[in-house]
Structure formats: structure tokens, C-alpha cells
Design a protein around this ligand. Structure first.
Ligand SMILES: Cc1ncc(C[n+]2csc(CCOP(=O)(O)OP(=O)(O)O)c2C)c(N)n1
Length: 633
């Protein structure tokens, strides 16, 4: 090591941190920030959350002894400094790339990732599991859960806090409070935390009282009385009384960028024999001007210029943007329309302008998917027309609410599922199981737009005729259809025949209609096979008539960006099984396999490696048709 430069390269594990001086630790923090900015500028990823926890990760790994001590990062999106400090600096350039490090904690990746994550609000419960296991097995290792202020308000986190004192003798919760979820944290608990941070009255009062008492003759003997007074005043305005009342010792707020203070605090509390919450105040995007100035944009980002934060990509149209446009139009034209999101406004295409224009009709309930769905159901029951914007994978949290509250009561809630299909972030974020869950729920219509324009048309139509709950699901990004490609008028429950064919029908879900059209082109050009293409449009109510009219005469291939089990392929198989077409038709399902945990990485790579490109699908189908005709002759 020369003059403290290149320190990061020498960090082969957290033990190395224990040898460094205070100055070296500060230097290391700078190097970690540089490494993260440089790497994420190329690979994309969660920038601002990670820049905010550099000192916190250093302090935790300096004081605790992972992997024996367990450090559990909620969501896991802020685990980059943790990865850099736990022997993964050498591979860090591969983060989020195909075959590279995951952008979240993942148990298979390292013993230091003791619990995998991706969805918010699980760290305290998981840490409680580790802590209870320590007690049961007579162990003495420490367990630390690091939770953001956004994730703290998740139902699971609050359920865990409620259960903490009665279940765990020892556990450390680090509350990483940067006042931000993806957007600003809102609600009573974030407000309360904010009051603790800004409310200096109590601290001032305490310091003043102590000073005055010491100056009094015999002052020290009065200290006992003052402490009694303090105990009663605590109930009025001590910071953290909320946690104290739950049986959790509250420490803080402390500056999350002052390493000595962090280290001192963790050293002091690590052997407490009751649950403790350390309230650490951090700045999202710390040390990078553009990220700290716009932490919402730089929460999760694609590639950018490392000096300016600017991106070369010209933003084209996307499904999310089309959703935002249709939502704006509906909100403008019908006073009953309101929108609800669970902390995903910007990702879902709900723009700042929309939020400013309709402040009373837009509800961001925080990371509370279950509440979002039941709240929307209440609004619908009261005569409003709620539109819920949520990512497909996070909607899984609210399945029972979709079933029990929206669907059983047949309420007009429009549930728009963004990021349905595979995404770069990996298994926790792929939206490829929703149809399997949703297709068995009564009263629920399920619509699958093939393009941005069709999404808008579906939202308008669903709103116009809506009597019960509707799910509209669409993927991240763009459809590939030109903006001039106008969808044919929608007929409720009817599929759209895109092109006729004589040898085979490619029956596609949503954007896979584009894949089917490209496949059909290749089949024609390369193999002389004439393939019809149908855009499903409605998975429920399903267009049985059109489906069977094709299946009576030709084999069917289903294409979906979803696992084959439970989605379109299952729908097709069920229909064939109950109709006479089954004896004549063959089904070739194309989609993901529920038996495999799909990795992270470029979606194009995932498609390619699983035979899901148009060229590969065409080749598979051509071979299958040939085998069929060989058997027949
Ligand atoms: C169940 C669930 N809903 C939504 C998300 C999307 N999401 C990822 S990070 C995040 C914000 C988390 O805020 P906080 O816990 O305060 O952490 P910070 O990013 O501020 O460090 C959200 C909403 C998620 N991961 N899981």
C-alpha cells in the first residue's frame, strides 16, 4: 500500500478494516464512492442509496465480525459498499451484468450475504429469525438489520417491531434515515423521525438542565431528582419514545457520515442485552453532486456520464410513459378517477406534473402494497375509480388484497402492473409469476397490451366499461411498435388477429406479439412455413372462440414473457383439454420455466440463453413441425 492510495484493492475481507487507522478509513470511504460512481456509470444500478451508506457499511464491518455476526440489508439495493468490503472488490465491475455479481444480497454469492433480498421490509423479521436461532442454539453472535426509513413503514417491518421485544433478547436495528424512499418518504412515521432529527428542544433542555444543576451548591445530589424528572419528561418529548414504548432501546439520531461517531456507537451498544434501534441520519447520493441533488432520479439509474450524471440515451416512448399519459387523461376527464401507488410513482410513469396537478387525487402510500390495494378497494366501494400503479413483482405482496378486497367484492379497481416480464435486476424483480397467481381469482379481467398505444386504449376502455376489477400488465421499456401503429378497436374479450396463416398459429401475450410477428417472418422466409399471429389482448375473459377456430385446424404455439406454468400456455392447454380440438392440435409453449430461478443480467442474454429469440423460436418450431409431419407420414 502506497501513501494510503489503492486501499480498496487491499481489502480482501472485513478483518482488514480492523487494522486501518481513522484516516485510512476516511480515505477508503472516498475510494469506495469513486468505485461505485465509476462502475454504476457503466453498468447502471442503485447509485444514490449506496453512496449514502458508505460510512455505515465501513463502521458495521469494522465493529462486527461478519460472517459470524449477521448483517442483513433491507431490500439489498444499498449493499454495494458491503460487497466491496467483503472480498468482492475484484469482481465489482461485473455487478448486474450477465453472470456477474448481483445488485442485491444473494446467499449463493457470498457467506457475507447471509440473507437474500430485493423486496422491501424483510430485514427485521429475518434478523429476528437469526437472533432467535442464536438463542435457541446457545450462540452469542450479533445480529444487525439495516433498514431504510422507506422500508421501516412496510407492514412486515411494523409487524416485526411489534413482535421484537417478546421474541428476541438481543438484536440491533440500524435505521438508515435519509428521508427518502425512492421519492420523498411520506406519512406519519417519516414525519415523526424527521421531528426527532430536527427537534433539538429536548437535547437543548437536557444540556441546560445538567449545566444548571452542576452549578448549584450540592448540585450532584440533585442529579437523582433530575433523572426522575427526565424519566417523566421522556414520556412527553424524548426522541425515540415510539420505539422505547415497544421495548426497543432507541439511540440517536447520529450522523451517518461521521465514522468515529458511528464506530463509537456500535462499540457501545453491541453487547446490549435487549433490542436496540440506532437511528442513523444519512444523505442519499452523498459525495456526488448530481446524485445528492436529484436522489429520486439517481435512486436506480441506467448508464450515465460519471462527471455529469447525464445519459446519452434519448428517451423514447415506453409503456410506463403511455400509462402516465392515459392516467392524466382519465384524471382530467373524470373527477372520480384517483391514483394510488406504493412508493413507485416515477418508475410507473406518474410524472411530477401529474403529482403537482392532482395533489388531492394522487396517493403515494409508501412501500405498503397491501394497504394500497385495500385502500383503493375502499375508494372504489365509495364510488371512486382508483387506478393502482405498481410493479408486477411487488403486487405479489398484495395478492390476498386483490382477491379478498377488490375481486370478491367485484369493485372497479384498475390495477396496472408495470415491469411484467423479465428485467435486468434478477429473480426478485422479474415479473413472471403474476398471471399464474391472478388467473385463478374470480371476477378479475386480465388485459395484455402489445404496445404503448394499446395500453392507452385498454385503460380507456377498462375505465369506460369498468364494473369490476381489471389488471392490465405490461413490460419495462418499449414495445418496438412504431407510434403510427394504431391498435384496431378493442372488443372486450376478443383477441386481435394480426396476420393469417395456414400451417401454425403463434398466439402471443402482450409485447410478445412483436416477437411472434418477427418469428412468423423468419418461419416464412427461412422455412416456408405460414404462421398466423394472434394478439391475445385478454387473458380473461379469454377469446375461446377465436382460439378454438385456429386450434381446430393447426398447431398452436403460445408466446409469453411469463412462466409457462399458470399463464397463457396453461390457459391454452386447459382449453384444448376440454375441447375436441385437443385430439387434432399440438401445443408448443414458449415462455420461462417455473422450475428455474431466472438470473439477473441483460434481458437479451436471458432470452438468448433460453431459446426465446424469434430466430430460436422459429428454428424450434420448424423442427417440431417437421417431426410431426415425419410421424404422420
Ligand atoms: C415490496 C417492495 N416494494 C417496492 C420496492 C421498490 N423499492 C426499492 S428500494 C425502495 C425505496 C426504499 O427506501 P428506503 O428503505 O428508505 O431505502 P433508501 O433507498 O432510501 O436507502 C423501493 C420503494 C421494493 N424493493 N419492494
Amino acid at each position: 500500500m502506497k501513501d494510503g492510495t489503492g486501499l480498496l484493492e487491499t481489502i480482501d475481507g472485513p478483518d482488514r478494516l480492523k487494522e486501518l487507522t481513522a484516516d485510512q478509513l476516511e480515505k477508503l470511504a472516498g475510494e469506495i464512492r469513486e468505485k461505485i460512481i465509476g462502475t454504476i456509470s457503466r453498468n447502471g444500478g442503485h447509485l444514490a442509496p449506496n453512496l449514502g451508506v458508505v460510512e455505515l457499511a465501513i463502521a458495521l464491518h469494522r465493529v462486527f465480525h461478519a460472517p459470524e455476526d449477521k448483517i442483513i440489508w433491507d431490500v439489498g439495493h444499498q449493499c454495494y459498499p458491503h460487497k466491496l468490503l467483503t472480498g468482492r472488490a475484484g469482481e465489482f465491475d461485473t455487478i448486474r451484468r450477465t453472470g456477474g455479481l448481483s445488485g442485491f444480497t444473494r446467499t449463493g454469492e457470498s457467506p457475507y450475504d447471509c440473507f437474500g433480498a430485493g423486496h422491501a421490509g424483510t430485514a427485521i423479521s429475518a434478523a429476528m429469525g437469526f437472533s432467535a436461532a442464536e438463542s435457541l442454539s446457545g450462540g452469542h453472535d450479533h445480529v444487525v438489520a439495516v433498514v431504510g426509513d422507506g422500508a421501516l413503514i412496510c407492514g412486515i417491518s411494523l409487524e416485526a417491531l411489534n413482535n421484537l421485544r417478546s421474541t428476541c433478547r438481543k438484536l440491533i436495528v440500524v435505521l438508515n434515515d435519509n428521508k427518502m424512499s425512492i421519492s420523498e418518504s411520506i406519512g406519519a412515521i417519516p414525519n415523526y423521525l424527521n421531528r426527532i432529527i430536527t427537534g433539538r428542544n429536548y437535547n437543548r433542555f437536557k444540556a441546560l438542565a445538567k449545566m444548571m444543576v452542576h452549578r448549584l451548591p450540592g448540585g450532584t445530589s440533585v442529579i437523582g431528582n433530575i433523572q426522575n424528572l427526565e424519566a417523566s419528561l421522556k414520556n412527553l418529548f424524548v426522541p425515540g419514545i415510539f420505539f422505547e414504548e415497544l421495548g426497543i432501546r432507541y439511540i440517536g439520531p447520529i450522523d451517518g457520515h461521521k465514522l468515529p461517531e458511528l464506530i463509537r456507537t456500535f462499540e457501545r451498544i453491541k453487547d446490549f442485552t435487549r433490542p436496540v434501534l440506532v437511528h442513523v441520519v444519512t444523505e442519499k447520493g452523498r459525495g456526488c453532486d448530481f446524485a445528492s441533488e436529484d436522489p429520486e432520479h439517481f435512486h436506480g439509474t441506467g448508464a450515465f456520464h460519471p462527471d455529469t450524471g447525464k445519459s446519452d440515451r434519448t428517451p423514447g416512448d415506453t409503456f410506463s410513459a403511455a400509462f402516465g399519459r392515459a392516467l392524466t387523461e382519465l384524471t382530467e376527464t373524470d373527477p372520480r378517477v384517483v391514483s394510488v401507488t406504493a412508493a413507485m410513482a416515477s418508475g410507473c410513469g406518474i410524472t411530477d406534473e401529474y403529482r403537482q396537478k392532482f395533489p388531492d387525487r394522487f396517493f403515494d402510500v409508501g412501500i405498503a402494497e397491501e394497504h394500497a390495494l385495500v385502500f383503493a378497494s375502499g375508494l372504489a366501494a365509495a364510488g371512486f375509480r382508483p387506478v393502482v400503479a405498481i410493479y408486477a413483482t411487488f403486487a405479489q405482496r398484495a395478492l390476498d388484497c386483490i382477491f379478498h378486497d377488490a375481486a370478491l367484492q367485484d369493485l372497479p379497481v384498475m390495477i396496472c402492473l408495470d415491469r411484467a416480464g423479465i428485467v435486468e435486476d434478477g429473480p426478485t424483480h422479474h415479473g413472471i409469476h403474476d398471471l399464474g397467481f391472478l388467473r385463478s381469482i374470480p371476477n378479475l379481467a386480465i388485459l395484455l397490451p402489445r404496445s404503448e398505444a394499446e395500453l392507452q386504449a385498454m385503460m380507456e376502455e377498462a375505465h369506460r366499461r369498468q364494473t369490476g376489477p381489471v389488471v392490465i400488465r405490461y413490460p419495462k421499456g418499449a414495445s418496438g411498435y412504431s407510434p403510427d401503429d394504431r391498435p384496431a378497436p378493442l372488443e372486450w374479450g376478443r383477441a386481435e388477429i394480426r396476420r393469417q396463416g395456414t400451417d401454425l398459429v403463434l398466439w402471443a401475450a402482450g409485447r410478445e406479439t412483436k416477437t411472434a410477428e418477427e418469428t412468423s417472418d423468419i418461419l416464412k422466409e427461412k422455412y416456408g412455413i405460414s404462421a398466423a399471429v394472434v394478439n391475445t389482448r385478454f387473458l380473461r375473459p379469454f377469446d375461446r372462440e377465436t382460439f378454438l377456430s385456429f386450434a381446430e385446424h393447426m398447431p398452436v404455439a403460445t408466446l409469453e414473457d411469463h412462466v409457462k406454468e399458470g399463464g397463457l400456455a396453461s390457459q391454452a392447454a386447459e382449453l384444448l383439454a376440454e375441447s375436441s380440438a385437443a385430439s387434432r392440435s399440438r401445443l408448443f409453449p414458449f415462455g420461462w420455466s417455473a422450475g428455474e430461478v431466472l438470473p439477473h443480467g441483460k434481458t437479451a442474454d436471458i432470452r438468448q440463453s433460453r431459446g426465446m429469440t424469434p430466430r430460436q423460436i422459429a428454428e424450434t418450431l420448424a423442427e417440431s413441425l417437421k417431426t410431426m409431419s415425419d410421424h404422420a407420414s
